[in-house]
Design a protein around this ligand. Structure first.
Ligand code: ZN
Length: 234
């Protein structure tokens, strides 16, 4: 089954011991290594309601580097001191690995599985997704930076520490994305002009006809959506 074919109703539900609780009639079975890794974290961490594990090229590339994730970017600095590592032991078919895996994870919520991939956990699906998204981004940035094969500019250790402390518990959401990326001066001027216009409907109609409707999301005017002459309701 391809990833894009997976739906909620195609998932198999198992308990911590690996017993199948619910299984759709699609002919597929539980991924044993997946069960070992995910159940290990669920068993050990009551706060980890969601565990995400990925095999992305960037994540695996960084997992195979001796130095692991480097604080080369602000995105990576948020994981400084908040990232665990677990050595590769082969495909995770051995229940004995569970104990070592969770010992290495400790109280961290993000871990690099050496020569294997990435793992995060969180109290909800959204929080875990947020974390894996930024860890993946940090790995992609590192791979692209190192591929330049140019001398690196490294941030000062105290700046890395400061950034890790400031951002490690931060989620980037649509709400604080707007707060951290406020509209540009140009957009603010247009918004102010749109709300302050008191010259009557002819002024607004002329303004709108020449530039397109004013958008409040900072993007250029909508092309092809200008009012039609005569105002016909098509
Ligand atoms: Zn894996």
């Amino acid at each position: 089954m391809l990833y894009e074919e997976v739906t909620a109703s195609s998932l198999i539900k198992v308990d911590l011991a690996g017993n199948t609780i619910e299984k759709p009639d699609h002919g597929y079975s539980v991924n044993a290594a997946g069960y070992i890794i995910h159940s290990a974290v669920h068993e050990a961490r009551e706060d980890a309601h969601c565990v995400v594990h990925t095999h992305t090229p960037a994540g695996i590339s960084v997992s195979a580097l001796q130095e692991g994730l480097l604080p080369l970017s602000q995105t990576a600095m948020r994981f400084h001191g908040h990232l665990a590592y677990h050595d590769y032991e082969g495909p995770a078919f051995n229940r004995g690995e569970k104990q070592r895996l969770v010992a290495h994870l400790g109280r961290h919520n993000a871990m690099i599985l050496r020569n294997h991939g990435l793992l995060v956990c969180g109290p909800s699906i959204s929080k875990a997704f947020n974390l894996i998204y930024w860890l993946e981004q940090a790995c992609r940035i590192q791979v692209q930076t190192l591929s330049c094969q140019r001398p690196l500019h490294k941030a000062k250790p105290e700046v890395v520490e400061l950034t890790a402390g400031a951002l490690s518990g931060t989620e980037i959401t649509l709400d604080n994305e707007a707060a951290t990326n406020p509209p540009s001066k140009k957009t603010r001027r247009r918004l102010a002009a749109a709300t302050a216009c008191s010259s009557g409907p002819r002024c607004c109609a002329r303004s709108t006809a020449s530039t397109g409707p004013i958008r409040t999301d900072g993007f250029p005017p909508l092309v092809g959506s200008r009012p039609r002459a005569g105002g016909d309701p098509v």
